[in-house]
Design a protein around this ligand. Structure first.
Ligand code: NAP
Length: 261
Protein backbone atom coordinates (compact mmCIF):
# COMPACT_ATOMS: atom_id res chain seq x y z
CA UNK A 1 0.00 0.00 0.00
CA UNK A 2 1.47 3.43 -0.93
CA UNK A 3 2.34 5.74 1.92
CA UNK A 4 0.10 8.79 2.20
CA UNK A 5 2.89 11.41 1.95
CA UNK A 6 5.28 9.52 -0.31
CA UNK A 7 7.57 11.99 -2.11
CA UNK A 8 6.33 15.01 -0.15
CA UNK A 9 8.45 17.50 1.78
CA UNK A 10 6.85 18.88 4.94
CA UNK A 11 7.92 21.75 7.21
CA UNK A 12 6.49 21.49 10.71
CA UNK A 13 7.09 24.53 12.89
CA UNK A 14 7.23 23.97 16.64
CA UNK A 15 8.17 20.33 16.17
CA UNK A 16 10.79 20.30 18.91
CA UNK A 17 8.06 19.21 21.33
CA UNK A 18 4.37 18.46 21.81
CA UNK A 19 1.91 18.26 18.94
CA UNK A 20 4.54 19.28 16.39
CA UNK A 21 6.95 16.49 17.38
CA UNK A 22 4.12 13.92 17.13
CA UNK A 23 3.15 15.31 13.72
CA UNK A 24 6.75 15.14 12.49
CA UNK A 25 6.97 11.47 13.51
CA UNK A 26 3.60 10.65 11.90
CA UNK A 27 4.48 12.41 8.65
CA UNK A 28 7.84 10.64 8.43
CA UNK A 29 6.11 7.30 9.00
CA UNK A 30 3.95 8.07 5.94
CA UNK A 31 6.96 8.73 3.71
CA UNK A 32 7.39 12.52 4.02
CA UNK A 33 10.80 14.11 4.24
CA UNK A 34 10.37 16.31 7.28
CA UNK A 35 11.88 19.61 8.37
CA UNK A 36 11.75 19.70 12.16
CA UNK A 37 11.90 23.28 13.43
CA UNK A 38 11.91 25.42 16.56
CA UNK A 39 14.43 27.41 18.58
CA UNK A 40 15.83 24.54 20.62
CA UNK A 41 18.49 22.72 18.63
CA UNK A 42 18.89 20.09 21.35
CA UNK A 43 15.22 19.07 21.40
CA UNK A 44 14.98 19.37 17.61
CA UNK A 45 17.94 17.03 17.07
CA UNK A 46 16.38 14.54 19.51
CA UNK A 47 13.17 14.50 17.44
CA UNK A 48 15.22 14.04 14.24
CA UNK A 49 17.25 11.19 15.79
CA UNK A 50 14.09 9.39 16.87
CA UNK A 51 12.58 9.70 13.35
CA UNK A 52 15.80 8.43 11.75
CA UNK A 53 15.95 5.53 14.21
CA UNK A 54 12.50 4.50 12.93
CA UNK A 55 13.75 4.62 9.31
CA UNK A 56 12.36 8.08 8.45
CA UNK A 57 14.00 11.11 6.83
CA UNK A 58 14.16 14.34 8.85
CA UNK A 59 16.39 17.39 9.22
CA UNK A 60 16.41 20.05 11.93
CA UNK A 61 16.43 23.72 10.91
CA UNK A 62 16.50 26.25 13.72
CA UNK A 63 13.95 29.06 13.40
CA UNK A 64 12.71 31.81 15.68
CA UNK A 65 9.31 32.93 14.43
CA UNK A 66 9.72 36.29 16.14
CA UNK A 67 12.38 37.16 13.56
CA UNK A 68 11.41 37.51 9.91
CA UNK A 69 14.94 36.82 8.65
CA UNK A 70 14.95 33.55 10.59
CA UNK A 71 11.70 32.52 8.85
CA UNK A 72 13.19 33.35 5.43
CA UNK A 73 16.25 31.28 6.35
CA UNK A 74 14.02 28.33 7.32
CA UNK A 75 12.39 28.30 3.89
CA UNK A 76 15.72 28.70 2.08
CA UNK A 77 17.39 25.93 4.10
CA UNK A 78 14.44 23.58 3.55
CA UNK A 79 14.57 24.07 -0.24
CA UNK A 80 18.36 23.64 -0.22
CA UNK A 81 17.97 20.39 1.71
CA UNK A 82 15.04 18.76 -0.13
CA UNK A 83 14.44 20.86 -3.27
CA UNK A 84 10.76 21.69 -2.67
CA UNK A 85 8.06 22.17 -0.02
CA UNK A 86 4.66 20.45 -0.36
CA UNK A 87 3.21 20.92 3.12
CA UNK A 88 3.54 23.49 5.84
CA UNK A 89 2.22 22.75 9.32
CA UNK A 90 2.11 26.16 11.06
CA UNK A 91 2.04 24.78 14.58
CA UNK A 92 4.53 26.79 16.67
CA UNK A 93 3.02 29.24 19.11
CA UNK A 94 3.86 31.12 22.25
CA UNK A 95 1.94 28.88 24.63
CA UNK A 96 2.13 28.96 28.38
CA UNK A 97 4.19 25.79 28.22
CA UNK A 98 6.78 26.33 25.46
CA UNK A 99 10.30 26.95 26.74
CA UNK A 100 10.59 30.44 28.17
CA UNK A 101 7.05 31.46 27.23
CA UNK A 102 4.74 33.14 29.68
CA UNK A 103 1.08 33.91 29.55
CA UNK A 104 -1.04 35.82 32.00
CA UNK A 105 -4.47 37.02 32.95
CA UNK A 106 -5.30 40.61 32.05
CA UNK A 107 -4.44 42.01 35.49
CA UNK A 108 -0.93 40.53 35.33
CA UNK A 109 -0.28 41.48 31.71
CA UNK A 110 2.98 43.26 31.01
CA UNK A 111 4.53 44.43 27.78
CA UNK A 112 6.91 41.48 27.49
CA UNK A 113 4.08 38.95 27.63
CA UNK A 114 1.84 40.94 25.29
CA UNK A 115 4.51 41.68 22.68
CA UNK A 116 5.92 38.13 22.84
CA UNK A 117 2.54 36.57 22.13
CA UNK A 118 1.76 38.98 19.30
CA UNK A 119 5.23 38.51 17.78
CA UNK A 120 4.98 34.72 17.59
CA UNK A 121 1.29 33.98 17.19
CA UNK A 122 0.27 36.76 14.82
CA UNK A 123 3.31 38.39 13.19
CA UNK A 124 5.32 35.14 12.97
CA UNK A 125 2.37 33.23 11.52
CA UNK A 126 1.82 35.87 8.80
CA UNK A 127 5.52 36.08 7.84
CA UNK A 128 5.63 32.29 7.69
CA UNK A 129 2.71 32.26 5.24
CA UNK A 130 4.28 35.01 3.12
CA UNK A 131 7.66 33.34 2.80
CA UNK A 132 6.41 29.77 2.27
CA UNK A 133 3.65 30.49 -0.27
CA UNK A 134 5.88 31.01 -3.34
CA UNK A 135 7.45 27.56 -2.99
CA UNK A 136 4.09 25.94 -2.13
CA UNK A 137 2.69 27.46 -5.33
CA UNK A 138 5.65 26.01 -7.27
CA UNK A 139 4.92 22.54 -5.85
CA UNK A 140 1.25 22.50 -6.91
CA UNK A 141 -0.17 21.44 -10.28
CA UNK A 142 -3.76 22.72 -10.03
CA UNK A 143 -4.50 21.85 -13.68
CA UNK A 144 -4.00 18.20 -12.66
CA UNK A 145 -5.81 18.65 -9.29
CA UNK A 146 -2.45 18.22 -7.52
CA UNK A 147 -2.26 20.54 -4.53
CA UNK A 148 0.18 21.68 -1.88
CA UNK A 149 -1.09 22.66 1.53
CA UNK A 150 -0.88 24.68 4.70
CA UNK A 151 -2.42 23.50 7.96
CA UNK A 152 -2.39 26.06 10.78
CA UNK A 153 -3.07 25.02 14.35
CA UNK A 154 -5.70 27.01 16.22
CA UNK A 155 -7.27 26.57 19.61
CA UNK A 156 -10.91 25.63 20.17
CA UNK A 157 -10.80 27.29 23.59
CA UNK A 158 -11.05 30.65 21.80
CA UNK A 159 -14.76 30.00 21.17
CA UNK A 160 -16.00 29.86 24.74
CA UNK A 161 -13.02 31.31 26.57
CA UNK A 162 -11.38 30.22 29.80
CA UNK A 163 -10.07 32.20 32.77
CA UNK A 164 -6.55 33.58 32.64
CA UNK A 165 -6.04 33.19 28.89
CA UNK A 166 -7.10 36.47 27.21
CA UNK A 167 -3.69 37.15 25.64
CA UNK A 168 -3.14 33.61 24.43
CA UNK A 169 -6.66 33.34 23.02
CA UNK A 170 -6.60 36.84 21.49
CA UNK A 171 -3.45 35.98 19.58
CA UNK A 172 -4.60 32.47 18.56
CA UNK A 173 -8.14 33.32 17.40
CA UNK A 174 -6.94 35.12 14.21
CA UNK A 175 -5.57 31.86 12.80
CA UNK A 176 -8.98 30.76 11.54
CA UNK A 177 -9.52 34.10 9.77
CA UNK A 178 -6.07 34.04 8.17
CA UNK A 179 -6.72 30.53 6.86
CA UNK A 180 -10.07 31.37 5.30
CA UNK A 181 -8.62 34.44 3.64
CA UNK A 182 -5.56 32.68 2.20
CA UNK A 183 -7.67 29.75 0.99
CA UNK A 184 -9.73 32.05 -1.22
CA UNK A 185 -6.67 33.83 -2.58
CA UNK A 186 -4.38 30.88 -3.30
CA UNK A 187 -6.78 28.04 -4.20
CA UNK A 188 -6.51 28.99 -7.88
CA UNK A 189 -2.77 28.38 -7.71
CA UNK A 190 -3.29 24.99 -6.07
CA UNK A 191 -2.49 25.77 -2.44
CA UNK A 192 -5.04 24.49 0.07
CA UNK A 193 -5.13 26.27 3.44
CA UNK A 194 -6.91 24.74 6.44
CA UNK A 195 -7.02 25.06 10.21
CA UNK A 196 -7.18 22.49 12.98
CA UNK A 197 -8.92 23.86 16.02
CA UNK A 198 -7.40 21.81 18.78
CA UNK A 199 -8.90 21.16 22.18
CA UNK A 200 -6.82 20.32 25.22
CA UNK A 201 -4.34 17.61 24.34
CA UNK A 202 -2.10 15.72 26.72
CA UNK A 203 1.34 16.85 25.64
CA UNK A 204 4.27 16.31 27.97
CA UNK A 205 4.37 19.99 28.89
CA UNK A 206 0.60 20.22 29.44
CA UNK A 207 0.79 17.17 31.70
CA UNK A 208 3.48 18.83 33.81
CA UNK A 209 1.46 21.99 34.42
CA UNK A 210 -2.11 20.63 34.60
CA UNK A 211 -3.60 20.00 38.02
CA UNK A 212 -5.68 16.89 38.70
CA UNK A 213 -8.67 19.14 39.39
CA UNK A 214 -8.35 20.82 36.00
CA UNK A 215 -7.92 17.47 34.25
CA UNK A 216 -11.19 16.27 35.76
CA UNK A 217 -12.96 19.55 34.88
CA UNK A 218 -12.04 19.15 31.20
CA UNK A 219 -12.94 15.47 31.18
CA UNK A 220 -16.36 16.26 32.65
CA UNK A 221 -17.01 18.71 29.76
CA UNK A 222 -15.84 16.32 27.03
CA UNK A 223 -18.43 14.45 24.97
CA UNK A 224 -15.88 11.63 24.71
CA UNK A 225 -14.78 10.07 28.02
CA UNK A 226 -11.04 10.31 27.38
CA UNK A 227 -8.33 12.90 26.65
CA UNK A 228 -6.90 13.79 23.27
CA UNK A 229 -3.32 12.76 22.60
CA UNK A 230 -0.76 14.49 20.36
CA UNK A 231 -1.27 11.68 17.83
CA UNK A 232 -4.92 12.73 17.41
CA UNK A 233 -3.83 16.13 16.12
CA UNK A 234 -1.03 14.53 14.06
CA UNK A 235 -3.59 12.29 12.34
CA UNK A 236 -5.83 15.26 11.52
CA UNK A 237 -2.78 17.11 10.09
CA UNK A 238 -1.99 14.03 8.03
CA UNK A 239 -5.47 13.87 6.52
CA UNK A 240 -5.53 17.58 5.65
CA UNK A 241 -2.03 17.44 4.14
CA UNK A 242 -2.63 14.31 2.08
CA UNK A 243 -4.20 13.96 -1.36
CA UNK A 244 -7.29 12.51 0.35
CA UNK A 245 -8.15 16.12 1.28
CA UNK A 246 -7.43 17.57 -2.17
CA UNK A 247 -10.92 19.18 -2.31
CA UNK A 248 -10.77 20.58 1.24
CA UNK A 249 -9.70 24.19 1.67
CA UNK A 250 -10.68 27.09 3.91
CA UNK A 251 -11.94 24.57 6.48
CA UNK A 252 -11.54 24.44 10.23
CA UNK A 253 -11.50 20.89 11.56
CA UNK A 254 -12.28 20.83 15.27
CA UNK A 255 -10.46 18.06 17.14
CA UNK A 256 -11.45 18.45 20.76
CA UNK A 257 -13.37 15.44 22.02
CA UNK A 258 -16.68 17.17 21.42
CA UNK A 259 -16.43 20.23 23.62
CA UNK A 260 -15.47 23.77 22.78
CA UNK A 261 -13.16 24.29 25.66
N1 NAP B 1 -1.54 21.13 23.86
C1 NAP B 1 -2.78 21.58 23.83
O1 NAP B 1 -3.63 21.20 24.64
C2 NAP B 1 -3.20 22.57 22.76
C3 NAP B 1 -4.54 22.95 22.69
C4 NAP B 1 -4.96 23.81 21.71
C5 NAP B 1 -4.05 24.32 20.80
N2 NAP B 1 -2.74 23.99 20.90
C6 NAP B 1 -1.82 24.55 19.91
O2 NAP B 1 -0.98 23.54 19.41
C7 NAP B 1 0.28 24.08 19.03
C8 NAP B 1 1.41 23.29 19.69
O3 NAP B 1 1.24 23.37 21.09
P1 NAP B 1 1.88 22.32 22.10
O4 NAP B 1 0.86 22.07 23.14
O5 NAP B 1 2.50 21.20 21.37
O6 NAP B 1 2.96 23.28 22.78
P2 NAP B 1 4.48 23.12 23.15
O7 NAP B 1 4.80 21.72 23.52
O8 NAP B 1 4.71 24.20 24.12
O9 NAP B 1 5.19 23.42 21.76
C9 NAP B 1 5.26 24.70 21.20
C10 NAP B 1 6.29 24.63 20.08
O10 NAP B 1 6.38 25.91 19.49
C11 NAP B 1 7.75 26.26 19.40
N3 NAP B 1 7.89 27.71 19.52
C12 NAP B 1 7.39 28.51 20.50
N4 NAP B 1 7.76 29.78 20.28
C13 NAP B 1 8.50 29.78 19.13
C14 NAP B 1 9.16 30.80 18.39
N5 NAP B 1 9.17 32.07 18.77
N6 NAP B 1 9.82 30.43 17.26
C15 NAP B 1 9.85 29.16 16.85
N7 NAP B 1 9.25 28.14 17.52
C16 NAP B 1 8.57 28.46 18.65
C17 NAP B 1 8.44 25.52 20.52
O11 NAP B 1 9.77 25.22 20.13
P3 NAP B 1 11.10 25.84 20.82
O12 NAP B 1 10.85 25.93 22.29
O13 NAP B 1 12.16 24.85 20.40
O14 NAP B 1 11.25 27.15 20.14
C18 NAP B 1 7.65 24.21 20.56
O15 NAP B 1 8.19 23.27 19.65
C19 NAP B 1 0.23 25.56 19.41
O16 NAP B 1 -0.16 26.29 18.26
C20 NAP B 1 -0.88 25.62 20.45
O17 NAP B 1 -1.48 26.90 20.50
C21 NAP B 1 -2.29 23.12 21.85
Amino acid sequence: MPQRLEGKVSIITGSTSGLGAATAARFASEGARVIVSGRSEKRGEEVVASIRDSGGDATFVRCNLDDESSIKALITASIERYGRIDNLIANAAATATASGEKTAGILDMDNEILEGSIATNIRGMLWLFKHSLPTLIDAARPEKAETSSIVAIGTSGTRNGAPGMPIYFATKAPVEVMVRSLATEFGGRGVRVNCISSGLVQTESEMKTMTEEFRQYVLDLNALPFFGQPEDIANACLYLSSDEARYVTGATLTVNGGVSF
